[in-house]
Structure formats: structure tokens, C-alpha cells
Design a protein around this ligand. Structure first.
Ligand code: S3P
Length: 188
């Protein structure tokens, strides 16, 4: 993964004015939305929001506890409310959305209307490699065995692809660098 101190990338000539506005990063759990979102916001000098973190702040509890105590439907509503609240109160930001954010309540249409949407498209194998080590904080997968996790990723990704592929920019993990992200944004 790239480091924000990478000088080659910091010297990239594209200015924030060209690629600013509201930038939504979408993609499956474990695809690197938070990592790339932080790098991008740092490079563009605009705020970074992690939507899950903001939902946690709003509800005063972890995502696991929201799912366990209030249910997924409640979480999806809180996620949508937080998405709208942050979007309507800021003109420039990079937001790392949750893996399910674009798949509920026409959120994908809303995000596309309000800004630019980038899908970080990762293979099921690399998602598995990451998620197998990072299950605990994710209520949808925390109780799955390794085999079940693999099957879950394949099935869920197949169902979510129709939302993810509506993004204005689609970046495959193999082409993912900060430079390329900025370049694709400037073209979108
Ligand atoms: C979810 C992804 C999570 C979080 C919640 C549900 C999903 O976010 O919003 O656990 O439905 O894919 P990350 O993609 O940041 O893990």
C-alpha cells in the first residue's frame, strides 16, 4: 500500500480544484476504502469522513452493537441519515462509505447526484485474504468460518455488483495508485 509521503505522488500536477467536490469511495468490505480515502483527502486537502465511524458517533455504540441491539434495518437507516447529513453540510470531502451503503434506499443515485463515486474493485481472493484477518468488527461476517466467508464474499459481491458498477470511476485494485486515482477523477 502506498504511503502519503511518496514524493512522486505528492508532485503530481493535478490540483484539488480539478478533482475536489464530494468524492464517495465505494466497494466491498476490505477493499481499502478507508486507506485510499485518507490518502486522497490528504493529497487534496479536503476533509475525510469514514461513514461507519460517523454512524458509530451518532449512535454512541459500535457497528456490532447497533446490529446486535437494533438490527440491520435500523443500521441502514442510520447510515442513510448520516450520509445525507454529511453530504448536505459539506461541499468538499472524501468519504469512505460502508460496503453496503450504495445498495440501499437508492443511495447510489443520491451519491452520483451530489458528487463523484469511485468503486474500488477487488478480486474475491484479495478480499478474502484481508477479511479473514479482519472479521471481528464486521457483524455480517464475524461468525463465519473461513469456508463460509469465502462463499459469502462470492455471493454477496455478485449481488452488489449492479450497484457498485454504477460508479463514475471504476478502479481495479491492480491499477490502484494515488496518481491514477487523481487522474481518473480529473477525467470524470
Ligand atoms: C457492511 C460493511 C461495513 C459496515 C457494516 C456493513 C456491509 O463497512 O458498514 O458492517 O454491508 O458490507 P466496511 O465496508 O467499511 O467494512
Amino acid at each position: 500500500m502506498n504511503d502519503i509521503s511518496n514524493t512522486e505522488e505528492n508532485n503530481h500536477p493535478i490540483s484539488p480544484a480539478e478533482v475536489g467536490g464530494r468524492i464517495f469511495l465505494i466497494g466491498f468490505m476490505g477493499c481499502g476504502k478507508t486507506h485510499w480515502g485518507k490518502l486522497l483527502s490528504h493529497r487534496l486537502h479536503i476533509p475525510f469522513f469514514d461513514l461507519d465511524e460517523k454512524v458509530k458517533e451518532k449512535e454512541g455504540k459500535s457497528i456490532n452493537d447497533i446490529f446486535a441491539q437494533n438490527g440491520e434495518e435500523y443500521f441502514r437507516l442510520a447510515e442513510k441519515e448520516t450520509l445525507y447529513m454529511l453530504t448536505e453540510s459539506h461541499d468538499d470531502f472524501v468519504m469512505a462509505c460502508g460496503g453496503g451503503t450504495p445498495c440501499y434506499f437508492n443511495n447510489i443515485d443520491y451519491m452520483k447526484k451530489m458528487g463523484r463515486v469511485i468503486w474500488i474493485n477487488c478480486s474475491t481472493q484479495s478480499l478474502y485474504n484481508r477479511l479473514v484477518k479482519e472479521r471481528a468488527k464486521r457483524p455480517l461476517i464475524k461468525n463465519l468460518t473461513d469456508e463460509q466467508l469465502k462463499a459469502y464474499i462470492i455471493k454477496k459481491l455478485a449481488g452488489r455488483r449492479i450497484y457498485y458498477q454504477q460508479a463514475s470511476v471504476i478502479l481495479n485494485e491492480d491499477d490502484l495508485t494515488l496518481d491514477n486515482l487523481l487522474h481518473q477523477l480529473s477525467l470524470s
